[in-house]
Design a protein around this ligand. Sequence first.
Ligand SMILES: O=P(O)(O)OC[C@H]1O[C@](O)(COP(=O)(O)O)[C@@H](O)[C@@H]1O
Ligand SMILES: [Mg+2]
Ligand SMILES: [Mg+2]
Length: 353
Amino acid sequence: MSVVKTLGQFIIEKQKDFPYAKGELSRLLRDIGIAAKIVNREVNKAGLVNILGDEGTTNSHGESQKKLDIFANHQFISALTCGGECCLIVSEENDDPIFIESDVSHNAKYIVCIDPLDGSSNIDVNVSVGTIFSIYRRKSTEGKPTLQDALQRGTEQVAAGYIVYGSSTMLVYTTGKGVNGFTLDPSIGEFCLSHPDMKIPEDGYIYSINEGNYINFPDGVKKYIKFCQEEDPSTKRPYSSRYIGSMIADMHRNMIKGGIFLYPPTSSSPKGKLRLVYECNPMAFIIEQAGGRATDGFQRILEMEVESLHQRCSIFVGSENMVRKAEDMMMKYSPEMSQKKTATIKSVIAKAS
Ligand SMILES: O=P(O)(O)OC[C@H]1O[C@](O)(COP(=O)(O)O)[C@@H](O)[C@@H]1O
Ligand SMILES: [Mg+2]
Ligand SMILES: [Mg+2]
């Protein structure tokens, strides 16, 4: 008879991997799990509880906020505030950072960056959506945390994860020692270990990109899409095109089956659409921990400089060999887009003048 291991039990068990651990990170992950269950409850009956549709407000990205965006945002902020382990929150739905000042959090040292509801365009049509979170330890030691504490590179993450609210609800996370997935068992109200030590296949046969933006894609991306569509049975091409439109659901599928997800620059989003701090960095950490690769077509996402809370970047992420192939195409057909290349050109010009 198989033994069920809950998220709480697993977290405590893994605490021994961190000799300095005092349980704060464990409690923080517990708090995220609690909010996820409440959001899951509403998502599952969204049509019945008047939580579909627009809230009538917009966020700093100019996007109309969905009622479920606001509900999820509120649930995660209050769970993190009550839990006492978080001193600062960065959320997609809040223009400014949220400094937590409560009786229970005066010694809190963790920063949580969160996309409370990912895939908002799919909420009203009953397609999988998700939540993405990224956790840092504050760098500043004295007094209140600062904005700088929230602008750390992705390499500084101590944990990251996502929840996918789909046919089943799963929580997948890493603390830098591999990736594990837990499925919510509604009958006991617990996330239970169902996908231990997740690994993304090195090669995959699925490419995931919004081809509706094709004409505005960089040449390197156009060439890569053509490569995916060419007939070559020896390499199982043409690959299948799959695009759900919820980054979390597209990446979770690729994590299990292998594949590549791309959101390159487009005319409407010249720097890419997805946000570095609470979408790209956490997903890059998880995918790398599962053996995959995550870049902006040139540079490792986790090493990118973080200049602002809601900064956007382009992302090429998934199976190692597929991402490398796409990078080859970018370097060959769109070298001008390499930040490094641009930086080098700029410094040469500066030196010459
Ligand atoms: O509709 P597009 O341009 O393809 O964008 C879809 C992408 O936008 C997102 O919905 C953005 O995330 P939010 O829903 O959290 O704003 C991603 O989940 C998804 O991959
Ligand atoms: Mg999102
Ligand atoms: Mg969102």
